[in-house]
Design a protein around this ligand. Structure first.
Ligand code: DHB
Length: 408
């Protein structure tokens, strides 16, 4: 098989890239490890920056998002049992965010991709990459794959076919943190910066009416909690937990008790409860790979960088990567100019660190640190007091949270 751009990974990065390339008349093939069903049902984050929303609309895949997504103009920071509103839009000349689940974005992108003729190959595991520093890099892949998390990785069905090869002009590595793309850059040529945290997020999807019109980020003696939403009927909530904890150890009652305690206010408003539809533990990791390119392989999204979820940046950052990549590839195909391809990693890594700083800051401000004797907690309360009382400090949070317009 041959294509112009081989895209490994059909998450938001890979899919948005294939749409952007298609718009420029550049052909691509998307290889995705998961089945379509599995890909479209994985519950992930849900905050879209305005720039992401604008791009999805521009690509013609924003109709359902416009209908079902909720536009938000502020968030609440809650501590000392009191809520404080950060008026995001007032502080950023009217910029806004939209709450719309990442897997809904993926559904819309897949549908439009397949309607346009794809090609997108599901249940296809990229196994290795070759000749990255030539003009004909190759991806080896095998159909009939599935993820067996208990057995710790990729497995193949018994009737799986032999390995195949996809020869490309360029390869986009959009296959996430555990994918084959990043390790295909020789180890001596890349530096990986990583931080793990002694806590994770316990995430639940619940069937209940919203408890608040805006997102609530709260710091409580027992730890962080976040109240988010998906629709008028479905809510998304998280609370800080031990990353080694298991969802089975928590009854629905205990989960509600924890969420209610952490979000309690002096006027005793409480969360609307309902059936818990799904429980997951989200690990906390910060990670950057530098550089994000090698020869004709270009990494994008989680394959290159992971931010802690507190700043809601992950998917937005991935979309910014592929926007740069598509622009650089279009320039190459049009004029043979390599300058944008050459500077791709520098531009993206710099932006990734900026997002790291913000996500790390939000994370540090809002979580209980397990070995804290109270000093850290009081500093955090002072920081929250400052952010919610100084317009300068609130503006700094707001402009990072809503994100900037795309750079030209
Ligand atoms: C959601 C996730 C986040 O990481 C965040 O900061 C805000 C909202 C969510 O899943 O809705």
């Amino acid at each position: 098989m041959r294509t112009q751009v081989g895209i490994v990974g059909g998450g938001p990065a890979g899919l948005v890239l294939s749409h952007l390339l298609d718009r420029q008349g550049i052909e691509s093939v998307v290889l995705e490890l998961r089945s379509r069903d599995r890909l479209e049902s994985e519950v992930r984050a849900g905050v879209l920056e305005q720039a992401t929303v604008d791009l999805l609309n521009e690509l013609g895949v924003g109709r359902r998002m416009e209908r079902e997504g909720a536009v938000h103009h502020g968030i609440e920071l809650r501590f000392d049992r009191k809520g404080h509103r950060i008026p995001l839009s007032d502080l950023t000349a009217g910029r806004e965010i939209v709450l719309y689940g990442q897997h809904e974005v993926v559904k819309d992108l897949v549908e439009a991709r397949l309607a346009a003729g794809g090609p997108m190959i599901f249940e296809a595991a990229a196994t290795s990459m070759h000749d990255l520093d030539t003009t004909t890099p190759r991806i080896r892949f095998r159909r009939g794959a599935y993820l067996d998390l208990e057995a710790g990785g990729i497995r193949f069905r018994e009737d799986a076919e032999e390995e195949e090869e996809l020869t490309c002009d360029f390869i986009a590595g959009c296959d996430g943190f555990f994918g084959v793309s990043r390790p295909s850059i020789p180890e001596r040529l890349r530096t990986e910066y990583e931080r793990t945290y002694p806590y994770g997020w316990f995430g639940v999807l619940v069937e209940a009416p919203p408890s608040s019109e805006e997102l609530i980020y709260t710091l409580h003696e027992r730890g962080f909690a976040l109240i988010s939403t998906r629709s008028a009927e479905i809510q998304r909530m998280y609370f800080q937990c031990d990353p080694k904890d298991s969802t089975d150890r928590w009854s629905d009652e205990q989960i509600w008790e924890e969420l209610q305690a952490r979000t309690e206010t002096i006027d005793s408003t409480s969360l609307n409860e309902g059936p818990i539809l799904e429980k997951t533990i989200v690990p906390m990791r910060s990670f950057v790979c530098d550089p994000m390119q090698h020869g004709r392989l270009f990494l994008a999204g989680d394959a290159a960088h992971i931010v802690t979820p507190t700043g809601a940046k992950g998917m937005n950052l991935a979309v910014r990567d592929v926007r740069n990549l598509a622009e650089a590839l279009a320039a190459w195909y049009e004029t043979g100019k390599t300058s944008l391809l050459d500077s791709y990693s520098d531009v993206c890594v710099r932006r990734a660190w900026k997002a790291q700083r913000f996500s790390w800051w939000m994370t540090s401000m809002l979580h209980r640190h397990p070995d804290d004797d109270g000093f850290q907690y009081n500093l955090q309360l002072a920081e929250l007091g400052y952010v919610t009382s100084s317009e300068a400090a609130a503006t700094s949070l707001a402009e990072n949270y809503v994100g900037q317009a795309f750079e030209e």
